[in-house]
Design a binder for this molecule. Sequence first.
Ligand SMILES: N[C@@H](CCC(=O)N[C@@H](CS)C(=O)NCC(=O)O)C(=O)O
Length: 204
Amino acid sequence: MKLYHSPMAPNPDRVIYFLRAKGKLEAVELEEVSIMKQEHKQPGYREVSPYAQVPALILDDGTNITESRAICTYFEGIFPEPNLMGRDPKEKALIEMWDRRVELMFFIQFAGWFRNAHPAMAPLEVPQSPEAAAKSEKAARKMVERLNEHLANSEFVAADRFTIADITLYITCGFCRVMKWAPHKELSNLGRWHDEMTARGFAG
Ligand SMILES: N[C@@H](CCC(=O)N[C@@H](CS)C(=O)NCC(=O)O)C(=O)O
């Protein structure tokens, strides 16, 4: 299996941290694609990922899987332990609920802020929009406050153990550095949770 990724890019990191949490990073051949050099937009890579995005997983039979959560679902199936996506219908639903909340209401909103505001994103986000940046920043800040409140009474993001939802929140907190923002240093419950996640070592 080959995993196309870009160093420091959050969606590929989500998959790499997931694999590392499974103790299975060595199961894939890693190939780097530079987003900043726009290698992901070259015709050769578009054959791997038609939407020109990383990560992309190519299975040994040639199948392409190009959504980070779908790639994690595949790895959860072939490497079931430790379980990171739920063991029974209720747990699966609750973990997916939190993972999607983090992805849609924090990660995607933060990405909208970054892509519409940061000068380095100008070639990728055409045209950049200050209004969209402001709206997304507001939504990201609101969600991170909600997550901080949630973590006042929960050790982990979902269920009562470490799951993919913790990985998704952790990569998003790390991604915030690109706007010189560290929400886990501003909000105490998020900070407690973040220290515990760092101590687990899945981020390498
Ligand atoms: N929904 C996709 C999103 C993938 C994505 O947006 N990846 C970013 C890197 S973190 C990318 O390839 N960006 C290239 C671009 O926007 O041109 C997933 O979860 O895999």
